[in-house]
Every structure is written in structure tokens, then in C-alpha cells.
Design a binder for this molecule. Structure first.
Ligand SMILES: Cc1cc2nc3c(=O)[nH]c(=O)nc-3n(C[C@H](O)[C@H](O)[C@H](O)COP(=O)(O)OP(=O)(O)OC[C@H]3O[C@@H](n4cnc5c(N)ncnc54)[C@H](O)[C@@H]3O)c2cc1C
Length: 476
């Protein structure tokens, strides 16, 4: 195999027929190269604005394929991307010309109900995890869309409906089996390779490929107390301050978010919200559904909703998949930051921006943080600063490719303007548009953890093989 090094820190895949045939005999999973029938479907990631053409995709079938794939990339100096759910909005699951190790066929989930632990292979999605854990009335804190990958979400932190009760997804990680840059397979846990274990809880895919996650699971559902209420968007001026007060007073069991969005004119949506600009107030109680109903009631009773979807969502899994359709087939670019407070200035800014979004598919998303998430010290995991009670995410999205440049510019200028709000700081790196190249944002988010992260990177990946991510460069 010959390579060139014209792209990033690695080279392109250039294979002749004999070399490809040899690799096909070596790997158990499928290999796909440009022009082959399944190649285009395999190279696509969630964000339609990302259109990358890898030189080779290996659909890994297990640890052995991952190890051989890592060795192949290292020995031939190939630019390497690792793909699980393919949801990273910056397209970190793919790469032009290089090698993609696609983990999607490694999606096994095994629940141990007695110990309340769950083993999850590195390419599984949260929908696959929820399906197995809910059999036992258990759940692992994950995301709010069922097709998002466990891999990227957990390694970058992970917020959803359970984080205020039980912490980020990465806080619920008990151990991980990791293929390192030198092709070795190690366990990372509090007892084994503790520095690596620290780094993968927030430091992303910088340190190796996780082939197996072991999580702690918690009793949740199937029935849960929740709120999914749609208001006319103009009502946000009155409702957002009220929602903030409820959110700040809520117990840890309650996680809530507010969203300025527009519903598509789809027959599959209830008539009152079809094609409407809306403020969505959503909340869930992580605990007993009957007890939770009282805690959730104020979120349902806010204002005069145009539609209350709550009663139509039968259980936890349905809630977890509730945004799936709205979140697909989009050209997307996201920017986020954290806020210490939603004061009058911040509320007025958010409402004005929410009312003037540049595309119906673009949303402003305000999840509440705090609770268990904030009780973990910033240096206890790589994730960094956890002190802010609110996140503010500008999810610039469109179904019209010709509007993509406009929505992306809106996300950039609006998030930059938001940085002058009181106590604005950092960024949620799982929601990062182009922070991969913006070391200021990485430095700000990781803070004092950055020098330790770079030292661990030097130890585990000194030549930065794992570079298609929010990249932490090895210490000098
Ligand atoms: C529709 C949508 C909904 C979302 N909802 C949420 C949410 O509710 N909560 C939240 O916290 N985030 C959410 N996110 C953001 C999400 O956490 C990130 O996009 C995350 O990176 C997705 O992980 P993935 O495995 O799907 O992505 P990929 O693009 O496949 O991977 C992302 C990064 O992680 C690395 N990676 C993935 N798996 C592994 C592995 N096993 N070992 C090593 N490295 C790996 C990849 O190399 C890449 O750098 C959402 C994103 C989208 C598009």
C-alpha cells in the first residue's frame, strides 16, 4: 500500500486490487472503497452538510478488526477517522481520502440487572441501549435522540433527561476496553490505567478506540412523568423567565429544556402545531412516575399552550425517540456555550434571536445543567467546568442546502454575541461546529485539565493517530 501525506496529519489510502483482496481476507467485517454499491450509504454521516469521501471504510466486526485497522492506519501513516453513530455535527466520523473505522456493526448490549450494569459495544446507539435496559426497567444516562452513538456522546460528556439525577453519561462509566494507538487492548477504570480512564470521560476519542463500555444503570420507566408542551413562539417573552424560575427550583430528578423552533408542515404532527413557530417546554422526572407527576405539573401548567403532547408519549423509550424525525435530513452547524444565569439581558437576547431564526429547522436549545452533573469536581474527569446552570446551544440547521451558509453564519455571529452575556463561557464540545480547529475554545472548556490531557495524549497517542476529533495535541 502506498500513501501520500497531503491531508492533515495522515495520508490517503491508495490500494491496488491485490492489496484490497489481501485486506478482505484479513478482516472479518466488510471493506468498502469508492464506487462500490454500498460505499455512498456507508460514508454518509448524520449532517448532510458533510460530504466526505474516505479512501477505505472498514466496517469492523469486533476487537480484532479494530486492532488490525489501527495497525493498518499507523503503519501506513493513514489519516484515520473513527465512526460510531456518525452524529458529530463537525463530521468527525468521516474523512476525505483516509481510512474510516466504522463501528456500527459492533452494537451489542448486555444488561446485568442484578448488578445494574450494562456492557455496550463501541458502535451502539442510545436507542439500542434503551431497548435492552428498559426490559429490566433500567436506563443509562444518555442523549435525547435514539440514533445518536453511545461512543461519541459518552466520550464527550453526554447530557439527556437523566443528567441532573445521575450525572453525565461519562460519569456513569465504570470501565472501558480501549484499543490504543499501538494496537494494544487495555482496560481503563478507576483501578486500571486510571489516567486513561480520567481522560476518556470528556476528552473525546483522542486516546484510543473504545470497543466496550461498562456503565452503571439506574431504575427508570418504562412509565415516566414528563412534559412536552408547545406554546406559540411569541409567548416566550413571558414564559422563558417563568420556566427559568421553575427550572432553578426543581429537584435533581427533574431535567428540563426550552427550545425555540418551528415544526414542519407535516401530517404526522398534531394539526395545532403543523408548520407553527413554537416554544417547546419539555421536562422529565427521573424516578417514580406517580411521585414525578407533581414535580412536573408546573411545567405543564405554564401559560396557555397551543398543544400538550405529554399524554401521547407512552413511555421512556418513546420520549427518547421523540425528536428523531425532527433531527434528521438536515444541513447543520451548531455552536454552544454555558451561562451562569439567565438574567433579563440574556432572556431578552435569547427571545429576540429565537424569534428571528434564519430557517424553520434552526433552533435555540436551552438545557438546564446542575444537579448531579455539577457535584463532580472539574478536575475529577477530563470534562472540565461543570459549574454553569444553563447551556445555550444555537443549532443552525436547514433542509434547504442553499440556506446553509446563511444559517452557519447566524450560528457564528449569534454565539459570538452571546459570549458577552453575564457569565458566558466554554462550549459543549459534543455540540461543536468547528471548535476542532479553535484551540481557544478547547482551552477554555478544558481549563486546568488541558495540560494533563496533553500529557496523557503524549503517553497514549504520541503521534496523534486519533486526530479527527476535537483534537488534543500531545504535550511537547
Ligand atoms: C440529532 C442529534 C442529537 C444529539 N443529541 C444529543 C444529546 O441529547 N446529548 C448529548 O450530549 N449530545 C447530543 N448530540 C451530540 C452528540 O453527543 C455528538 O454529536 C457525539 O459526538 C455523537 O457521537 P456519535 O458516536 O454519534 O458520533 P460520531 O460522529 O460517530 O463520533 C463522534 C466522535 O467520537 C469519536 N468516537 C465515537 N465512538 C467512538 C469510540 N467507540 N471510541 C473512540 N472514539 C469514538 C469519533 O471518532 C468522533 O471523533 C446530538 C447530536 C445530534 C446530531
Amino acid at each position: 500500500m502506498s500513501t501520500s501525506t497531503s491531508h492533515g496529519t495522515g495520508g490517503m489510502v491508495q490500494l491496488d486490487a491485490d492489496q484490497l483482496a489481501q485486506l478482505r481476507m484479513q478482516f472479518r467485517g466488510e471493506l468498502l472503497t469508492p464506487g462500490e454499491p454500498d460505499y455512498d450509504a456507508a460514508r454518509a454521516v448524520q449532517n448532510l452538510a458533510i460530504d466526505r469521501h474516505p479512501g477505505l471504510i472498514i466496517r469492523c466486526s469486533g476487537e480484532a478488526d479494530v486492532i488490525d485497522g489501527v495497525n493498518l492506519a499507523r503503519e501506513h501513516h493513514l489519516l484515520l477517522a473513527v465512526r460510531a453513530g456518525g452524529h458529530h455535527v463537525a463530521g468527525h466520523g468521516s474523512v476525505d481520502g483516509g481510512l474510516v473505522l466504522d463501528l456500527r456493526d459492533m452494537n451489542g448490549v448486555w444488561v446485568n440487572p442484578a448488578r445494574r450494569t450494562v456492557h455496550v459495544q463501541g458502535g451502539a446507539t442510545w436507542g439500542q441501549v434503551d431497548r435492552e435496559t428498559q426490559v429490566f426497567g433500567l436506563a443509562v444516562p444518555g442523549g435525547v435522540v435514539s440514533t445518536t452513538g453511545v461512543g461519541g456522546l459518552t466520550l464527550g460528556g453526554g447530557i439527556g433527561w437523566l443528567h441532573r439525577r445521575w450525572g453525565l453519561a461519562c460519569d456513569n462509566l465504570l470501565s472501558a476496553t480501549v484499543v490504543l494507538a499501538d494496537g494494544s487492548l487495555v482496560t481503563a477504570s478507576a483501578d486500571e490505567h486510571p489516567d486513561l480512564f480520567w481522560a476518556i470521560r470528556g476528552g473525546g476519542g483522542n486516546f484510543g478506540i473504545v470497543v466496550d463500555f461498562t456503565f452503571e444503570a439506574h431504575p427508570v420507566g418504562p412509565e415516566v412523568a414528563l412534559a412536552a408542551v408547545f406554546h406559540p413562539i411569541e409567548a416566550g417573552a413571558d414564559l422563558l423567565p417563568q420556566w427559568r424560575d421553575l427550572a432553578l427550583a426543581a429537584p435533581d430528578e427533574v431535567t428540563t429544556r426550552a427550545m425555540y423552533w418551528s415544526m414542519p408542515p407535516s401530517d404526522e404532527l398534531p394539526p395545532p402545531i403543523q408548520g407553527q413557530d413554537v416554544l417547546i417546554i419539555a421536562a422529565m422526572y427521573a424516578g417514580d412516575a406517580t411521585e414525578g407527576a407533581e414535580a412536573i405539573r408546573p411545567f405543564r401548567e405554564l401559560g396557555a399552550p397551543m398543544f400538550d403532547m405529554t399524554e401521547f408519549i407512552p413511555d421512556y423509550r418513546a420520549f427518547q425517540a421523540g425528536f428523531d424525525a425532527l433531527a434528521s435530513d438536515l444541513h447543520a452547524y451548531w455552536k454552544s456555550l454555558y451561562l451562569n444565569e439567565l438574567d433579563d439581558e440574556a432572556l431578552a437576547f435569547i427571545h429576540a434571536q429565537g424569534m428571528s431564526r434564519p430557517d424553520p429547522a434552526t433552533l435555540i436549545h436551552i438545557p438546564i445543567m446542575g444537579g448531579a452533573t455539577a457535584r463532580v469536581a472539574p478536575d475529577a474527569t477530563a470534562f472540565g467546568d461543570r459549574g454553569a446552570p444553563f447551556m445555550l446551544s444555537f443549532d443552525a440547521q436547514t433542509r434547504d442546502p442553499s440556506n446553509y451558509a446563511t444559517v452557519r453564519e447566524w450560528a457564528r455571529t449569534t454565539s459570538e454575541a452571546a459570549r458577552s452575556l453575564n457569565g458566558a463561557r466554554g462550549a459543549y464540545l459534543n455540540f461543536s461546529g468547528d471548535e476542532a480547529t479553535d484551540t481557544r475554545v478547547l482551552d477554555q472548556q478544558y481549563g486546568q485539565n488541558m495540560s494533563r490531557l496533553r500529557a496523557i495524549k503524549k503517553q497514549y497517542d504520541p503521534h496523534n493517530l486519533f486526530c479527527v476529533n476535537n483534537n488534543i495535541t500531545p504535550a511537547a
